[in-house]
Write a protein that binds this ligand. Sequence first.
Ligand code: UD1
Ligand code: CA
Length: 451
Amino acid sequence: MDIHTIVLAAGEGSRMKSNRAKVLQRIGGTSMLEKICFTAGSISPKITLVVGFNKDSVIKESKTYNLEISTADQPKPIGTGDAVKCGITKVEDGAKVLVLYGDVPLIKKETLEELINSSDDGLSILTTILEDPYGYGRVKKDDSGNALAIVEEKDASADEKKIKEIFTGVLCGQKELIDEGLAKLDNNNAAGEFYLTDLVSIISNKGFKIKTYNASNDEVKGANSKAELAQLEGIYRAMKAEELINKGVTVADPARLDIRGEVVAGKDCLIDVNVILEGNVTLGDNVHIGPNTILKNATIGNNSRIEAFSHLDSATVGEGCVIGPYARLREGSNIENSAKVGNFVETKNSTLGSGSKANHFTYLGDTEVGTSTNIGAGTITCNYDGTNKHKTTIGDESFIGSNTSLVAPVTVGSNSTVAAGSVITKDVPDGALGVGRSKQANKENWSKKKD
Ligand code: UD1
Ligand code: CA
């Protein structure tokens, strides 16, 4: 059966106290909307986004997801029921409709699949039991456990407020049945809105049995305020750390690991505290990530160590390397097997060949270093002349003395040596010594005589 998902994203979210549309508030590095759209996309390619408040920015962002998302306008944010009414115009006859709220972003694909399967030809709603159900719609049920109605916080009696089973915002049902129900919605309630939740009493009054499917608390929490957003961030962090731990990674403290993307890890990896993994991060076997490090779009080979306070962005590290502490590998850094990058070394758009070392205070930009070469402390590639960038090439088994400036474009050959303190402006051939520094002169008996 065809499934068409409607994602509600038209509300202003005034409780966020922000100029941004609520669904664009971020958790774990991406917006709530992106998270829910990707989950929707994993269920079915048919997604309709209902937009209203700040719709231009919402549509603009949704276009970056690489999903085929159609949008439906909700002219005024007059309730979730009205929003679904706007969205359902895009749904094909005979399809099943899955409704998701853009501010309930952590729901799992498996949970949605269970809900969809339980909905048969009628309507199913996703609920959860909360110790503190304040603010959520309470689910009233008959003796056999079918839902009879959902009562919103603002409309609930003292007794209804005691109900701990709440509506999560997620429901699934036959398009025609939902359409029929939507036509009967009114706004005679405390908020003066067209509540989607009224569908339950309308459809149940028609004699349909409405099943409830129970989800775990965490994945269905919504965020209406910055306080709730911070709670979701914590839940998301714990979920992602747990995923990694279940794959066999040793995590020093799950509460101090932030995963803002997708991580693939081999066996026996260890992640120390205060680590941020962003974008696509791939770790081989036996990789050690030291404390206070940030890895964004990075690939680390087997048996490599990223030591404390290092920052890697769009970098590739081979096998058996040691990076840091305090190293910064920027875009296009490629550190080959058994190479070492030490403290206060910055690399950008550069390759450090296997077994080579740049251990202290160095900048390598637009540089190609061969194998088993030593880059001395304080070496700087002067790759930018103020207008253009130029390349530095250094061969194999060479030695660049400390405090050398390599003024690009320039090539230092293999088995070459550059004397410490040199400013190298001309190529150094293979096997040669390049010296580019002023000569030292000693003035004998120069010191003033002491009385
Ligand atoms: C809603 C439910 C409540 C449920 C809770 C779960 C209703 C009436 N209430 O309450 O039962 O427990 O979610 O988190 O549905 N939106 C629109 N157009 C509108 C209004 C809202 O697109 O006119 C969108 C919002 O952008 C948001 C979602 O619908 O993504 C939910 O709206 P919100 O106002 O946050 O509903 P809640 O008060 O949280
Ligand atoms: Ca909400």
